[in-house]
Design a protein around this ligand. Structure first.
Ligand code: ZN
Length: 181
């Protein structure tokens, strides 16, 4: 662990929502870059790139630390329906609970919301769209862990859930803990 607080500034949103994944949730395709978290902002949990790579698989690193998006149905958590909680794979912070999980067949884990004060949001400029004066207006809302800054997914609106925006989360970014009986 390091306490430089600079690591996340290196997180690009490369690999965001490619191809069919983007089309599935109506977000378009492209890549985006991370926003500067701000002068003086430090995540509670920070690690060097080498430390992150040592504790995560290659795919997990791409998602959590590079802002990538997993292929639909690549994580079994998209159809996990047992009672329990979901922790950030980067720092074990409990972020979601089964009570708020939605059964959607799109291949990612969807939640109505997170536990309070567990996530932060960022603008995902979807590749920046060079020269597009409305890039920020069109930007998707990215979701990351409040404690370690790891990318989790996005907040999206889907016609299947017309009453509110929901969290569309990469299963590979989470660890499921089944509730004890
Ligand atoms: Zn975390």
């Amino acid at each position: 662990m390091t306490d430089t607080g600079t690591e996340r500034q290196g997180i690009g949103r490369r690999g965001f929502m490619t191809g069919t994944a983007a089309a599935a949730v109506g977000l378009g395709a492209g890549a985006a870059k991370a926003a500067d978290p701000g002068a003086g902002f430090t995540y509670e949990v920070t690690r060097s790139e080498a430390e992150w790579r040592a504790m995560l698989t290659k795919d997990e690193f791409h998602i959590l630390r590079m802002g990538g998006t997993e292929a639909p149905q690549s994580s079994p958590l998209w159809k996990e329906n047992r009672p329990g909680t979901y922790c950030c794979k980067g720092c074990d912070l409990t972020i979601y609970r089964s009570l708020h999980k939605l059964k959607l067949d799109k291949g990612w884990a969807f939640f109505r919301h997170s536990y309070p004060d567990t996530v932060l949001t960022d603008l995902d400029l979807m590749g920046g769209r060079m020269g597009d004066p409305f890039a920020e207006i069109r930007a998707a809302m990215e979701v990351h862990c409040r404690r370690c800054g790891s990318h989790l997914g996005h907040i999206v609106s889907l016609p299947e859930v017309p009453d509110r925006p929901i969290h569309c989360i990469n299963g590979a970014a989470l660890r499921f803990e089944e509730a004890s009986a």
